[in-house]
Design a protein around this ligand. Sequence first.
Ligand code: SF4
Length: 246
Amino acid sequence: MMNGNSDSRIPRNIVKRDIGQEDLTPPPGESFQKIWDVDSIKEEVLDCAAREEPPRFCLSKIEIHPSGSCNLKCPFCYGQNLAPLPRDRKDLPNGTMTKIVTNVHDEMPEENPLFVFAGMYSEPLLHPEVVDALKKIGEYGFRFGIYTNGLLMSPNIQNAIIDNANKTSTEKLSFVAFDITASLVSNKFYRELVPIIEHLVNMKNNSECRLQVNTPILAINRKSDHITLYPVVRTLKNIGVDTIRL
Ligand code: SF4
């Protein structure tokens, strides 16, 4: 069934369908075609070209990969051999992240995107200006998410996460997703990562912070993996993380 658009930020001529939960199970590309009338998108783009205007879309997420390198060398990191090669990758220039956040705030006042710090084969917390970027996000009340191996999460970064997660103006929570597998493979999970996660969870609970702490784990369906991962999951559960996703 065609639904029209109740969201005024979606261009008037683009048609979104009223779909059921079962339509969201196929791969994202197929789901996209079920949700959106693709022909109406093409028509809108052509129409914008004729009017010499850019299409108007809701800016729901901005993903920033600030670092050009990683503190680990996981054997399963599929980016190690992709171009640009690790030696040619660079950090975002200083000042860029805060500039992006400020520009969105100043130039796009109708938008309230989620800012995600992540990395394609790189660790976002390696960038020296992550704390500055989080402060700027908090200043404008935006929401953020961080995908990290977690090992470089200093007390300074943890303070910035807690302080600025509480300043978000949206109903949804900011989040940190710790990649547990990277530290398991490098034998740093129990000794280094667990104390960091535990500290962040305690800070969040003590300040009733509007933050979700998640722990995705890469698991292969082998009996040996189940045996190894059981104590890991139990440890994370005891710490009190919000979600453990295998
Ligand atoms: S922590 Fe992530 S980005 Fe770094 S080497 Fe491992 S898989 Fe790659």
